[in-house]
Structure formats: structure tokens, C-alpha cells
Design a protein around this ligand. Sequence first.
Ligand code: ADP
Length: 670
Amino acid sequence: MAMDSAAELLKNYEVYETIGSGGFAKVKLGRHILTGEKVAIKIMDKKDLGDDLPRVKLEIEAMKSLSHQHVCRLYHVIETNTQIFMVLEYCPGGELFDYIIAKDRLSEEETRVFFRQIVSAMAYVHSQGYAHRDLKPENLLIDEDHNLKLIDFGLCAKPKGGLSYELMTCCGSPAYAAPELIQGKAYIGSEADVWSMGVLLFALLCGYLPFDDDNCMALYRKITKGVFDNPRWLSPGSILLLNQMMQVNPRHRVTVRQLLDHPWMMTGYGSPVEWHSKRPLGYIDEDCITEMAVSLQHSRNTTRQMVSQWRYDHTTAIYLLLLSKKQRGKPVRIRHLPVSDVTSCSPHHLVVQSQKTLLFTDDDDDDDDDDAEDFCYDDDLPWLTPQQKRLTCLSAEKGRDQTNHAPTPERRPVTPHSRQERRDRGREQSNKNKENVAVASKDSDIFALPAPRSPLPSRKTTTTNKNVLTTPTHNIMNHSGRRADTPKAGGGTLQDPSSRKREREERKAEGVVEILTFSPERRSRSLDMAGAAGADSGPKRRGGKVFGSLERGLDKVITLLTPGRRRGGRDGPRRIKAQYNVTLTSQTSPDQVLNQLLSILPEKNVDFLQKGYTLKCRTQGDFGKVTMAFELEVCLLHRPEVVCVRRQRLKGDSWVYKKLVEDILSTFSI
Ligand code: ADP
């Protein structure tokens, strides 16, 4: 039943900063107080949802009935009169999309590791009677063990007559949409998903889309023809598989079942994809029950009964989070709060005290001491009193202070915890995972990734290895010359409900304006800022891609920073560890890099708000609609000690973002 306030959320979770947003929701990092586990909290405003409320209900129902190693797990649903909160498994590795663009494209071996997981997830989802209908690399997140988790079931469908029942609603992102979908024909959900998986496979192997055009109609024509170019680096096996998946006639398309033991999928594994759930629904783990019974002072029977109701309330959350701890080799323990923090041992009677008392405990050497409130966007937490807002902000700030390479989106790492023991444990566990059968590592695949978890063994850091910067180059096709503020067909959505979703996204994005007005002295059109910043010489633009190429060129120009300058001081740039959403520069001065950014952003028609070394950027389309929001932050990298630019997309089409940020960062190209 809907409650009046979000007290239920706040008494059980610490709420930290925004880590992503989509058409329907804003997603924040959180921590479950009793277990200390990080979670993602998806926040939706009922008013904004309007007619889409049933979709969210469908998403919740779908996620309740899905429990699989490659599907993001739902822990808890809280509904108030005005908002819906979905507490989800937290995936600190960011979107697969960002991972692909950071590496230009993936090798066939690495693609296979990921793609087997995607097929595993989809075979399971289909076996439960669902079609996902919005498969794309933005909806696949990387967890702390470098495994994929499928998210965003907001457009999924569960036809009453079973999965072979024909659907009519056209949804998803056009670039990934099957021909029968964009033609408005009745279609089978699972067949349409296979087409999208084909587009996804192509994006993994190539780093760009098989069908792409600025013009929507031209894009549709390309999709309906189903003709795409095969770049020279694709193996005959990959070409064959892509062709089998992207067959215009759905009846001729390979099925998910056939994919499970397809020769391409089996290469290097020798075994079919394991798609059965390793975490079957309804399973009750006795260790978790014991811990809950002892800590919450109920009998084991009562506890078991409470858990087996699967109400997706706090009891479900505690149980599933304990289970997750157990599965990751952590102690199955509920944290004991100071007496003053607990009014009762029942999960339903905890007082709201948490923010002050329970903090992130991961190791971290970041002593970032930015003003918390400046970074605390609580526009979506209207129910907080000013006092609570401050607590939440402080809590968020603490979280940042103590988690350099872990939980914040700004630091989206592949490995969220730096402790060696966790790394080792991660490797150990991954080795047990059939889907993570070792794949020969290639130095050339790796740029600036923290030490490995799985499934790619023998990753190297950038410290000494020059080969890490030598991913083979290729031309990014189809992405040149598109203006960032030009809506791109490939990134838009088709018809209802996704067009509504897009509108919603735009409206939500306009929230940035509210944030901007919050601090008028900092608000500026980019032109003003550029002038004020005294930007140095104009950017020397070079075409081509940047995310990979800048990094590759780095070995020629690495210049060490002045020894001993670990940070830029209170107002200096943050020091961060290597991660894949970071572009290295050849500069030694963070201020010079910042000034260059301040100078180039107006040229690219990007508005921004500056906060120290962070630039909160956005672009506007026609009629002032916000088309994209992202952050650029000048940081200092640990090793090698260089100035770098961390990037994070918050809103807008991923491929347009890619092009724009490549364009901006090409300034630093050498
Ligand atoms: P919407 O349904 O509104 O499209 P999504 O579920 O796609 O929202 O979430 C929006 C973004 O938030 C994602 O693209 C991702 O970057 C981030 N996000 C969502 N779920 C998680 C999660 N479980 N862990 C980490 N980040 C997440």
C-alpha cells in the first residue's frame, strides 16, 4: 500500500548521489544499513510517469519473477503516494556501452565472454515468458566481477498467450529494432530480441552500429533491407553469426535456443551456454535465515515464513542482500547498530539515524573534501526535510571521501573494491563460473583497467606496459559530422511507449536547468565561462576517435607530474585510479586541460556549469530541449601520473554522446 512519505526508504538505506538516469527514472547509489551492502535505488515520480505507470508496474512484476546471474536483481519495492523506489543490485562497472567505446571495440574473444552472458540472460528471460524489447549496450551493466547484468525491463512484454504470441507495440531504440517492428507488423518478442542481440553483437565487435543514419526514414530503410557492411577485422565465423541473427525475415533468424550451442558461441569453451538460473527463485538459504532469526530476534520458523512470502519489502531485501554476501564469499552478517539507532530489532522499526553512523568502509585514499551540498542533487528527494537533505548530502560526501575507486559513478570502475583479498576472491569465484572460462588475455585489449576480476585473466595496469595502449586502430564509420544537438535517428525511439519515454527523458533532463538556477553565480552559458577562464590557445582539433586513440598515443608523451603533488589541494583536481571512462592527456597542468575544455565546449554548443574541476554539461536541441547531459572532470591519475579527463553520460543518446565527447576530447589528441 502506498505510504505518505519515503521514511521506509530512509530508515533502511543511506541515499547517495545520482548514478544514472533514463526515460522513467533517476538512479541513485545507496547502502542498505543492516547489511552494509551497496544498492542502486531507482526513483520514479508517479506524476511524471503518468500513463506509463502501468509499464513500471510491469517492470516490477517482471523483475520480481526473474532471478538469474545475468539479470539485475530486484531487492525491495517501496511505493509512496508520489514516488516509486526500486532497490536493485548495484552494478559498479557501468554500462557495457561505455566499456565498448572506451576500447573502440572488443576482441572476438572478449566479445564472446560477454555475448555468452547475454545469450544466457535472454534464454532465461524468454524461458520465463518475457521478451525484453529494449536490448542495447546501455541496458547491460557490468558488476564488480566484470560480469554482465541485464537491466531496464520497462518495455518488456509477457504475452498472455505465451512468448510465441504476436505483439504489436513498437518499442525500443530504432537502431536496435527488428525490421518487422519498425514496419509495424505483428511480431514475436523473442525473434525481435534476437535481431537486437545481433545489433548488439555487431556493436561489441565493431564499436559502431550496423544500421545508422541521422535521418530516421533512411535508418528504417537500411534496417528493412538488412544490409550492413562487414569490416575487415571480422572473422568468417562472426560474419556468419551476425548474418544469421540479422535476418530480415524473422522465420529465417537463428533462435536463442540455437544460439546456446552455436559453433561461434562454443569456440574456446567446448560447452553450450549455461542459461539455467544459478539463483532459482524461491530458494531459501538456511544460513541467511539463521542470521536473520538471531539478529532480528524471531524464531527460525517465523523468519522462514516471513521470507517465503517474497513481498519485496525490507524482509526480502535483508534476505537477498545476505544471500548476495554469502555468494560473494562475505560473512553472512547483519550489522549491529548502536542501541540508540535501533528502536526494535524488527526490520520495520529501525529509526532514521543511519546517515551519521554507518559509512562506506571500502579503502580509499581520496580525501576529496568538496562541499557536499553543491554536489547533492536532491531535486528528486522532495520529501526530505532540510535537515535530512543535509544529512543525506553529508552521507553522500562521506561516501565519496571513502570510496575513491568504488561506488560513485564518477569513478565507475570495473573493479569496485581495491583490496587485494577481494580481487583474489573475485577471481576465485569467477573461475567457478562456467560462463567465465578463461579466455586468453591480450595486452592490447586493455587500457587503464584496474586489476582483473573475471572473466579476463592477466589484465595489466598501465603502469609499465606500453602494449596496453596499442589496440589496433580502425575507422569509426557513420559517426562523423553529426552535430551533437541534432537529434539522431539511431538514438531516438519509435512510437509509443518509447517516444513518451523519450519525451519524459527530455523533461527530466530539464531538471538540469533547475540545478543550474540553484547557484546563480555559477550558472553560465559556456561562452561566458570560456571568456572568464582565460582559456588558452584554441583547440587544435584532430578528427577521428579519441577514447582509444588518445590513450594509445600516450606512451609517446607521458610527462610525469611534479613528484609529491598528490592532489591539487583543497580546490585541486581529484586523484583517481585508472578506469575505462577516463581519457589520458599529454598535459602536465590540470588547469591547462580545464581551460582547454572551457574553451572548446562553447564551440561545440555545449552549455555547462563549472564546479571546480568538474563541468556539468548539457546540449539543447530545438526549442531549448535538453538533449544530453554529461559530466567531464579533470582529474589526476595515480599511475601513470598524468592529467586525465573523466567522462560520464547522464542522459541522452549514447552514440551521439560518444561522437560529441570524442570531438571535445580530440583537443588533447597528440
Ligand atoms: P529507465 O528505466 O528510466 O530507462 P534505467 O533502468 O535504464 O532507467 O536506468 C538508468 C541508468 O541508471 C542506467 O542506464 C544505468 O546507467 C544506471 N543504473 C540503472 N540500474 C543500475 C544498477 N543496478 N546499478 C548501477 N547503475 C544503474
